[in-house]
Ligand binder design. Structure first.
Ligand code: ATP
Length: 319
């Protein structure tokens, strides 16, 4: 039976995300649309509040940036309520990459989308049991991640962390890695890559550079894996170079598409950033759960964007 405080619609509000000037607007719109607002006070609260709300709520909205959304989805997953609770995205962060990927253009637009928009069932990724919606990036340091500027995140998306790591860490140690990707449903073969990497990026969305025009394919049951080999350092000094590098084939970039993979460090544990939140591990097992997250999407969302040219996968790179 529902508790006396149970609410059908709960909005988890991060009051300090982005520039922090969204609070009044979000609270007013939330009240108009029948949401009970629960405000985060510290790290970890988005997950806790969503976990508490999910058993009774049909709809839990995440008002904040990608980190807040990550917390909310992890909370709903921890309550084992992904099948019964819809998650909405209220973009009030700096980058808002995921919102852009699903055609949600701003705070007011979200509420229109919640009432009138289509609902799609999107894939989610998990790394050692922790859920991510956008990306998991290995090789980014916690220090560089926390120092990455809002402007850089807005411009470059997840690559901002890569750029900042390259800039802040003078002598960058490459990562001796083994990356094993499993066979997939579209003829992707099981493969293993071993070598020295600078970064390994795993995207749930097909493109995750943060470009405003980016279209996600988050319903294909696959993770997109990009390994940046050590020899690429010289090419990665500027943001523009990074964008160019990720937008074309390069001999120092290895790409795979797979439903699951394992990353083993040959030496120390590695720091990974999951949607901007840090996780340290020597071995990371990643998998996707297809169509696990019901989410209202804007008119601009295309379930099956035609971006195959960016991912000419099979037959490239060492196997
Ligand atoms: N009340 C609070 N005070 C201080 N920090 C908080 C509070 N609530 C949440 N946080 C922290 O905010 C972080 C999440 O921020 P979030 O990623 O949502 O916004 P952002 O960094 O501005 O945007 P984006 O990720 O889109 O660039 C979490 O790491 C969490 O620890």
């Amino acid at each position: 039976m529902a508790s006396p405080e149970a609410s059908d619609r709960v909005l988890v509000l991060n009051p300090v995300s982005g520039s922090g000037d969204h609070v009044d607007d979000v609270a007013a719109l939330a009240a108009d649309h029948g949401f009970e607002v629960r405000t985060t006070e510290e790290s970890g609260d988005a997950k806790r509040l969503a976990r508490e709300a999910a058993p009774d709520a049909d709809l839990v909205a995440a008002a904040g940036g990608d980190g807040t959304l990550n917390g909310v989805v992890n909370g709903v997953a921890a309550a084992d309520a992904l099948e019964t609770t819809t998650v909405a995205v209220v973009p009030a962060g700096t980058g808002n990459n995921f919102a852009a990927n699903i055609g949600v253009q701003g705070i007011e637009h979200t509420f229109t989308v919640i009432e009138d928009g289509r609902r799609r069932e999107l894939d989610i990724g998990a790394a050692n049991g922790r859920v991510f919606v956008n990306s998991c990036v290995g090789g980014v340091t916690a220090e560089a991640s926390s120092e990455t500027s809002s402007e850089s995140k807005a411009e470059l998306g997840v690559l901002a962390y890569v750029k900042n790591t390259l800039e802040t860490v003078g002598e960058f140690d490459s990562l001796p890695l083994r990356v094993e990707t499993a066979a997939g449903p579209d003829g992707e073969t099981a493969r293993a890559w071993e070598g020295e990497a600078l970064f390994v990026l795993i995207g749930n969305c097909r493109r995750f550079t943060g470009a405003r025009t980016a279209q996600a394919h988050v319903e294909d049951g696959l993770l997109e894996v990009t390994i940046v080999e050590d020899a690429a350092t010289a090419n990665l000094v500027s943001g523009a170079a990074l964008e160019r590098l990720f937008g074309q084939e390069s001999t120092h970039i290895v790409r795979r598409r797979t439903p699951s993979l394992t990353i083993d460090s040959r030496e120390d544990s590695i720091e990974f950033s999951l949607d901007g939140e840090m996780l340290e591990a020597e071995t990371l097992h990643l998998e996707t759960t297809p169509n696990a997250l019901e989410i209202p999407v804007g008119e601009g969302y295309q379930p099956d964007p035609d971006d195959g040219e960016l991912w000419p996968l099979e037959g490239t790179g060492p196997s």
